[in-house]
Design a protein around this ligand. Structure first.
Ligand code: AHR
Length: 533
């Protein structure tokens, strides 16, 4: 039985035998690409980041303090900067999340020893006797220095829930006005930075339907208009309005409809935020310990994102027929119930396994395929929180399997998307509620000059998949190289003691004139890069 027949039959017993007997370059399936007909540019910002004043994200994860023995640059953890640079992190969203709508930016500027201690939204989630009082040692300038060190664009989520339009406008002027113009610009210079920060990306609130103010969409739309009408435009802005809770059971289309109804007759925002968590908190699923059904449950919930993007895009198009407003998926990731925190104070930190890496590959393929609709996306969050790329605790620091997927997908950043015809049938898989159907392969491709990048994820925990990638339109492959991220154990993770348990290695790819032939191991993400003529 070949894999195609197996996928149709959906019997997992047979697949083990198939995996054993498969020769290295036999193809179960053929997919085709047309590099001569590229589509939208994949914005580098789809591979963006997010850090919030929450648990161990800012304090320890990013900020170790100027007097720390941990290697740092002006208080910022050096290893975090180096690794973020290495993957070309294009942006950083800050200061929240839910923290943002309780944050007052003036608390985080000026002499650090005189900054106030303030309430942090996440205080109420902390285990008893653990403190989360905000010290404001990491504030506006520290964030801007971090962005500068990484080479990332700042994306600030401004306070709408407990702030005012005036406070927002002052923050914008403080960041962006040239010195010698308004007083706030001179204050910025006196606080250490003469040059304007030139912040383009501004989020006008966060989750305004929840922690950002428990508003109805029309109420928020009215507030959005008040916040942006007098925006001090020293730098051409990209303003992001709060969008839906995309992982709600009903996809939260009502928020999108209500917001755009409230904006009828007014200038639409540049970006509309979409939060999409693969939310396992209401289930018994564990982050680090699971079997096949729980592996597939995560992937099944993750791929719902594609439908959610399509549905909201369609709804937005009813009001904004020219689609001037793009989606900004500024929080995404797999969110498990508590239980795998690295230390109780680092709330929302999770064990990140190969399962989360495979979920990441499938998510990035979705982003790439919808590059025409999405302006930005931000993983939640970069370190010590939910779907993180790093775990940091004091001197210890490790890259998770998710980090490696960010690294592998770098060639897509800024390249033009190439549509992939993917005839791989869906698989029958076990899931929490019984059998379900999951795509048998996830893929996306892009081209820059004559370099083609193809990313492929095999979600099966049982069987390898032989793939032939055919290039249409007369393109010929000159040379190719492959990289794979996988592990025999689906629960594999990287720990402080064993930091390289899951890491990418070279993977064989055979070049046959107008095609690439390779075998995708089970539970694996593969990148193929090739030169074409
Ligand atoms: O990322 C953690 C939290 O998830 C954010 O603070 C909030 O915006 C979302 O609900």
């Amino acid at each position: 039985m070949n894999r195609r027949a197996f996928l149709k039959a959906g019997t997992s017993a047979a697949i083990g035998a198939l995996a054993v007997s498969r020769p290295a370059f036999a193809a179960d399936t053929e997919i085709s690409l047309s590099p001569g007909e590229p589509g939208a540019v994949i914005s580098p910002h789809l591979y963006g980041h997010f850090i919030e004043h929450l648990g161990g994200v800012i304090y320890d994860g990013v900020w170790v303090g100027r007097n720390s023995s941990i290697p740092n640059t002006d208080g910022i953890r050096k290893q975090f900067v180096d690794d973020m640079k290495r993957i070309g992190a294009p942006n950083l969203r800050w200061p929240g999340g839910c923290f943002a709508d309780g944050y007052h930016w003036r608390d985080g500027v000026g002499d650090a020893s005189k900054r106030p201690r303030t309430y942090n939204f996440w205080q109420r989630r902390m285990p008893a006797a653990l403190d989360a009082t905000e010290t404001n040692q990491f504030g506006v300038h520290e964030f801007m220095h971090l962005c500068h060190l990484v080479g990332a664009e700042p994306y600030i989520a401004a306070n709408v829930g407990s702030g005012t339009p005036a406070e927002f406008h002052d923050w914008v002027s403080y960041c962006n006005a040239p010195v010698g113009t308004v007083t706030l610009a001179d204050q910025r210079a006196a606080d250490g930075d003469k040059e304007p920060f030139g912040v383009r990306y501004w989020g006008v609130g966060n989750e305004s339907w929840g922690c950002g103010g428990t508003m109805r969409p029309q109420e928020y739309a009215a507030l959005f208009r008040r916040f942006v009408t007098q925006f001090p435009a020293y730098t051409e802005p990209f303003l992001v309005a709060t969008g839906p809770r995309g992982h709600s059971a009903d996809g939260d289309i009502g928020w999108t409809t209500g917001f755009f109804e409230g904006m009828r007759g007014f200038e639409p925002p540049h970006g509309f935020s979409l939060h999409f968590y693969t939310d396992l908190r209401p289930t018994p699923l564990k982050a680090g310990d699971f079997k096949a059904a729980e592996w597939y449950e995560v992937l099944l919930r993750g791929v719902r994102l594609e439908r959610v993007i399509d549905d909201h895009w369609k709804e937005m198009g009813k009001f904004d027929t020219a689609h001037r407003t793009k989606l900004v998926v500024d929080e995404w990731g797999v969110w498990y119930a508590p239980g795998s925190e690295i230390t109780p104070a680092y709330i929302l930190s999770e064990t990140i396994t190969l399962r989360d890496a495979v979920h990441t590959g499938m998510t990035f393929d979705i982003f790439n395929r919808h590059a025409d609709k999405i302006a930005m996306a931000n993983v939640a969050q970069s370190v010590n929180c939910i779907h993180s790329l790093f775990v940091a605790q004091g001197e210890k620091f490790v890259r998770t399997p998710v980090y490696h997927v960010f690294d592998m997908y770098r060639p897509h950043m800024g390249a033009r998307q190439v549509p992939v015809s993917n005839p791989v049938p869906e698989m029958n898989v076990p899931a929490l509620a019984g059998q379900a159907r999951l795509p048998g392969l996830s893929a996306s491709a892009s081209i820059r000059d004559h370099r083609l990048a193809v990313t492929l994820t095999n979600p099966s925990v049982d069987a390898a998949l032989g793939v032939r990638i055919r290039l249409t339109g007369g393109a010929r492959v000159k040379e190719a190289r492959g990289v794979v991220l996988t592990h025999q154990d689906m629960r594999a993770t990287n720990t402080f003691a064993d930091p390289e348990e899951v890491k990418p290695v070279a993977h064989p790819v055979k070049v046959v004139a107008d095609a690439l032939v390779l075998s995708l191991p089970k539970q694996a993400i593969v990148l193929v890069e090739c030169e074409i003529v």
